[in-house]
Design a protein around this ligand. Sequence first.
Ligand code: ATP
Ligand code: MG
Length: 308
Amino acid sequence: MILLDSVTKKYPGDEEPALDNVSLHIEPNEFVFLVGKSGAGKSTLIKMLTKEEIPDSGKIVVGGIDLDYVKKRHIPGYRRRLGVVFQDFKLLPRRTVYENVAFALEIIGMSSKDIRKTVPKVLELVDLLPQANKFPGQLSGGQQQRVSIARSVARQPKILIADEPTANLDKLTTNEIIDLLKKINDFGTTILVTTHNESIVNNLGKRVVTLKKGKIVDDQKNHGIYKLDERPLDVSVSMTGRIIQAPGHALNPQMARKIVAKPVAKPVVTPAPKPAPKPVAKKPVTPVTKNTVRPAVRKRKVTKSNVI
Ligand SMILES: Nc1ncnc2c1ncn2[C@@H]1O[C@H](COP(=O)(O)OP(=O)(O)OP(=O)(O)O)[C@@H](O)[C@H]1O
Ligand SMILES: [Mg+2]
C-alpha cells in the first residue's frame, strides 16, 4: 500500500540527510506508528508521501501510484486520494463544520445529492452531528481535529496519513482521536501516524517504526512499544523473565510478552544511562604473569575543588 525503497532526502543547506536510505513497506489495512526524536525525519517521510517534498534518490509508491510519475499539476488530485490530517487541523474558519466536510467532497466533484447524504453519516462517525452548524472557532481542539478527520475520511481514502494529530490535545481528547483512527482502520483504511505520545503507542499495540537521524532503526511489526533506541527499557525483569516493575508504563499483556521476549541486559535492575566515557589513549596490554606487579590504585583526595 505504501512502499519506500532506499529513499534519501537532504534539504539544501543541511549537512546530514533528513532521510537516509529509508526502505519501508506498509501493507493494506495496517496501522503504523512512526516515532523518533525531534528532527529524526518523521515529517519529512510524511512529506515524501504527500509529495510536498521529493526525494533525492529512491522510489516511492503509494496506493499503486509511483510518485515519480505524478506531475506537478496532478499533485492536488493525488493528495485528494489520500486522507491527510495535520497537527493544526487546517480547517476553513468561515465555514461551518458541515460546510468544511461538504467542501472536501465538492472539490472531488461529488454531486450535491450525494454530499447531502454523505456529510451527516461522516459527522455521525466522528460524533459531531450536534455541532454541524458551528464554526471551527466555536469548537474544542479535539472537536476541530475530528472535523479534520471527518473531512479526510469523507472521501473514503484507502490511506490516512497523520503527522502528530494529537500534539495539541489533552490526554482524554488524544485517546478519543486515537479511538477514532482505530475505528477508521477497522473499516479498512491503512493508517500511518507520527507521534511523540508514548502511552497511546504502548496501549494500542500496533506496528511501531522508529526513525533515528533519518534511518529506520527499529520496526516492531506486532504489538510494538515506544522505544527510542538509546533509552534502556524502563522495565525491570526478574531472573525468570517475569516483569516485576514497569514505572511509567501502562503495560498490557501483549506488551509484557514483547518486553519479556527481549529482556534488558541486566535482569533485575535497569541502570540509569551513563554519560559516554571520554576517549582514552589505548595503552599496550601487559600480559598478566605471576611476576606482573599491578600498580597501586591511587586514592584521590576529596577537596572542595574536585567535588561537583
Ligand atoms: N524545510 C527544511 N529545510 C531544511 N531542513 C529541514 C527542513 N525541514 C526539515 N529539515 C531538517 O530535516 C531533519 C528532519 O526534520 P523533520 O521535520 O522531518 O523531523 P521530525 O522527526 O518530524 O521532528 P519533530 O518531531 O520535531 O516534528 C531535521 O534535521 C530538520 O532540521
Ligand atoms: Mg515533525
